[in-house]
Design a protein around this ligand. Structure first.
Ligand code: BEZ
Length: 217
């Protein structure tokens, strides 16, 4: 099986550009990036099947899946393991912890998708993907990347917050401040001309100074 775009380098993809296309074997059959068009996609890698931190992450993402689905977001995992290993591991998680893994997991044995997305950090491991996460929007544009080391399990509530922030940005044309959560005020993008800066002071937002305005959404 060949990917649509093969690459042997480990360059990182770029925010705001089309996410690298792929075609891959998964626990749900062959999937291509294109198959997710029209939905948001969280593509995330883990170092290896049958490892404890990864097991906690898989269960946390499984728990989050319904909330993500309500927001039009699909999940897809990835590691450099075979489909047989993935199948055995997800069955093991269900047997041991009673958690069903509802999302597909890419079996990236030839490291093609990992290379396209820069998921291998040779300083950490040459044979395992680090904990990388990519938020891809319904048009296939890469909107956010999170890179964590092998040793640190991710906070899935932060992933949900990231999706809420990206979707609020798209809906209202705003930005979100530090530690923003849905219901909090948002940031009105700062003016780019002196004329707009003057106008901003009278625009009716909650304005501290010309560059710092908040509003409710
Ligand atoms: C883990 O998932 O437990 C793990 C995987 C790779 C390195 C360290 C921990």
């Amino acid at each position: 099986m060949e990917t649509a775009v093969a690459s042997s380098n480990h360059s990182l993809p770029r925010l705001g550009q089309p996410a690298p296309p792929f075609e891959a074997d998964t626990t749900h059959g062959i999937l291509r990036l294109e198959d997710f068009k029209g939905s948001w996609l969280i593509l995330f890698s883990h170092p290896a099947d049958f490892t404890p931190v990864c097991t906690t992450e898989f269960m946390a993402f499984a728990e989050l899946a319904p909330e993500l689905r309500r927001r039009g977001v699909e999940l897809c995992g990835l590691s450099i393991d075979s489909t047989f290993s993935h199948i055995a591991w997800v069955r093991n998680i269900e047997q041991n912890f009673g958690v069903k893994i509802p999302f597909p997991v890419i079996a990236d044995l030839n490291k093609e998708v990992a290379s396209l997305y820069g998921m291998i950090m040779p300083g950490e491991s040459k044979t395992e993907t680090s904990r990388c996460l990519f938020a891809i929007d319904p048009a296939g544009i890469l909107r956010a990347m999170i890179y964590y080391p092998l040793s640190t399990g991710r906070n899935t509530q932060e992933v949900l917050r990231l999706i809420d922030a990206l979707q609020a940005t798209d809906k209202y044309g705003i930005a979100t401040p530090a530690n923003w959560k849905p219901g909090d005020k948002v940031i009105v993008p700062p003016p780019k001309t002196t004329e707009d800066a003057d106008a901003r002071m009278k625009a009716g937002y909650e304005t501290k100074d010309w560059y710092f305005s908040k509003r409710a959404v």
